[in-house]
Design a protein around this ligand. Structure first.
Ligand code: ADP
Length: 203
């Protein structure tokens, strides 16, 4: 409600309240959107941390990726991101959770882009008893000393106005993947890009 009405206020009365008034509305809209994201992420984190998960199901990771990409459609179009992908396997995991992982990793690949248009690749290959997934980008990259830290709650490196994340995305991913018996980590070269890897035990 706060988000919706402050956005309406901006749309209907923007320009009529003087520049200071416009600025207050802008802050209100931004704050409300941020609160909305924060609550949504907190709820997801609680869900993947404490909720009874029930039995995992066999899901087609390719179909889950399709859903995640559909949810990211606006960001993909706006940034002109290109997404390459290999065939993905069927895995045992909750569909909602795998979608969260893809969405957070690909969303970040777009959000933390460099000057070039984002080029993102999603792939999976079998390694012994597990599937190794990767999501790579050509974005700003992450300094080696922060490559572990970023998986912590509320840990953010890039705090500019456009990068209005909550610092919970990767903590959610780690929680989901480790609960499923896998690992998640990043390899990155600052200025060149990052590749996030995660594993899921094979069927
Ligand atoms: P958020 O994106 O909401 O800040 P995350 O937990 O998803 O939170 O990410 C934590 C931090 O890790 C981000 O603030 C950013 O600094 C860094 N990061 C995550 N993904 C990438 C990426 N693909 N490229 C560069 N930096 C990244």
């Amino acid at each position: 409600m706060v988000t919706a009405y402050s956005e309406l206020l901006e749309k209907r009365f923007g320009g009529q309240l003087g520049s200071v008034g416009d600025e207050y509305i802008r802050h209100t809209v931004r704050g409300a959107l941020r609160m909305d994201r924060l609550l949504r992420d907190l709820r997801t984190y609680m869900q993947v941390t404490t909720a009874e998960r029930g039995a995992t199901e066999e899901v087609d990771a390719g179909a889950v990726l399709d859903k995640a990409l559909a949810n990211l459609e606006a960001a993909i179009n706006e940034s002109g991101a290109s997404i390459r992908r290999t065939a993905l396997p069927r895995v045992f995991i909750h569909e909602f959770e795998l979608a969260q992982v893809f969405q957070n990793l690909i969303g970040n690949a777009i959000r933390y882009r460099g000057d070039a248009q984002p080029e993102i690749a999603v792939s999976a290959r079998r390694q012994g008893e597990e599937w190794l997934f990767s999501v790579s980008d050509n974005g700003i990259g992450i300094e080696p000393q922060f490559q572990e830290l970023i998986f912590g709650m509320f840990k953010r490196l890039h705090n500019s106005a456009e990068n209005t994340g909550t610092g919970m995305g990767l903590a959610i991913c780690r929680r989901i993947i480790e609960r499923g018996g896998g690992r998640i980590w990043v390899e990155s070269e600052p200025g060149k890009g990052s590749t996030f890897y995660f594993t899921i035990p094979a069927l």
